[in-house]
Design a protein around this ligand. Structure first.
Ligand SMILES: Cc1ncc(COP(=O)(O)O)c(C=O)c1O
Length: 391
């Protein structure tokens, strides 16, 4: 058989696919796994979403190919959502495109932009789609220093001007997966200034926009005046509305960048099932504020149980202010993947090794709080009983 394309060999193994294999093996041996591995939300979507889908499924017209640019209703709903939630004006004709999930959009955006040798600036550790898109296109990642000391937020003033001049893309994403770090609007202001100065395109991935646990609402990058000159922002319904399996997201922002992303998608996919677009429009416009409060309250309680439980075992984890993740250091004597394996084999608790998010994730693991409180308590009990602690 002839070999695979070179671009595939540039990619690290997709850790969550590998983890799925290991989990299946452990389950086949009878293990009762508590899966804190993938950020796969277990909170159901708002009822309006299910009702809308049920209704629109009856219309055969919705089973046809959708228009490439999405339904008018979906695009208007996105525009209403951005204004209501973030005070951002979006022209629903030219500044929105629907996505089959934001992972799809992020990777395809890289395909529409990155040539071999182009540089993407990215704080590491990062969500894999933030580096895999660039790598698939033959581009290079220039990691921006972001570690515990810097609160996992980069300082763009420290980027070498020589590198900045050569860079084509900056990707930021706050609240962050995997570190759960948040940023202030000043970082977006700095990013917009920086990108204008060096003629760089700014992607802000706003996947956890509504999963804030500390009372401070994360800012949209597009709320910075003039951001639309350089910026495209990605959002997903996966986390905000518990719709991960529905595969629905959108990009908003600079109209030329939206057009560029749409034109690559015209050649790759047929867009988003119309039933999902109608249901998503209902989610964006009809969901009661109480739904979001409940989601935040649920993750907050789980976070408290997990962090307080781990801290009793010797950790000193600060409670994250956003996302459904806890990013925590691993004990001495392990590396990230040997620790993830140890905890899985000894306790049946699945966590992600920090290196799933790039080499700079070494020394850490990530727990995704996507199981009920009782199961989180049980996970902590099992870890304690197995004698695993932080020294
Ligand atoms: C930062 C970030 N962006 C995007 C995604 C993917 O979202 P979607 O389900 O819309 O593809 C995730 C999923 O975990 C994520 O953490």
């Amino acid at each position: 058989m002839k070999g695979k394309a070179d671009r595939l060999s540039k990619l690290p193994e997709y850790v969550f696919a590998a983890l799925d294999r290991i989990k299946a093996e452990e389950r086949a041996k009878g293990a009762d796994l508590i899966d804190l591995g993938m950020g796969n939300p277990d909170i159901p979507p708002p009822p309006e979403v299910i009702e809308t889908l049920n209704t629109v499924l009856k219309d055969p017209a919705n089973s046809r190919y959708p228009a490439f640019e999405g339904t008018e209703e979906f695009r208007k709903a996105v525009s209403i959502w951005c204004k209501k939630q973030y005070g951002v004006d979006i022209n629903c004709e030219t500044e929105v495109t629907p996505l089959i999930g934001s992972k799809e959009g992020l990777i395809h955006f890289a395909f529409s932009l990155i040539n071999p040798g182009d540089i993407t600036l990215l704080p590491m550790p990062a969500y894999p789609a933030h580096f895999n898109g660039t790598l698939l296109c033959g581009g290079e990642i220039h990691p921006l220093p972001s570690n515990q000391q810097t609160g996992f937020v980069p300082n763009l003033d420290e980027v070498d001007p020589g590198v900045a001049k050569r860079a084509k893309l900056l990707i930021l994403s706050y609240p962050s997966n995997p570190t759960a770090a948040c940023c202030t609007k000043e970082l977006h202001e700095q990013a917009v200034r920086f990108c204008k100065k060096y003629d760089i395109i700014y992607i802000h991935d706003f996947a956890y926009a509504e999963i804030y646990l500390g009372g401070v609402k994360p800012p949209s990058a597009l709320s910075v005046p003039g951001a639309k000159d350089v910026c495209i922002e990605f959002q997903t319904l996966s986390k905000t509305f518990g719709m991960a399996g529905w595969r629905c997201g959108f990009a908003v922002g600079n109209k030329d960048l939206i057009k560029q992303l749409s034109s690559i998608k015209h050649n790759l996919d047929y867009g988003l099932f119309m039933g999902i677009q109608y249901a998503a429009a209902a989610a964006l416009t009809k969901t009661e504020p109480a739904y979001f409060e409940k989601v935040r309250e649920t993750y907050k309680k789980r976070r408290d149980i997990f962090v307080e439980g781990m801290n009793k075992l010797g950790w000193n984890i600060k409670k994250p202010e956003a996302t459904m993740y806890v990013w925590f250091p691993i004990p001495k004597g392990f590396n990230s993947s040997s620790f993830a394996m140890e905890i899985l084999k000894k306790t049946g608790v699945v966590v992600a090794a920090g290196t799933a998010f790039g080499e700079l994730g070494e020394g850490f693991a990530r727990a995704a709080l996507v199981v009920k409180e009782e199961r989180i308590k049980e996970a902590i009990d099992r870890i304690a009983k197995a004698g695993i602690c932080f020294r």
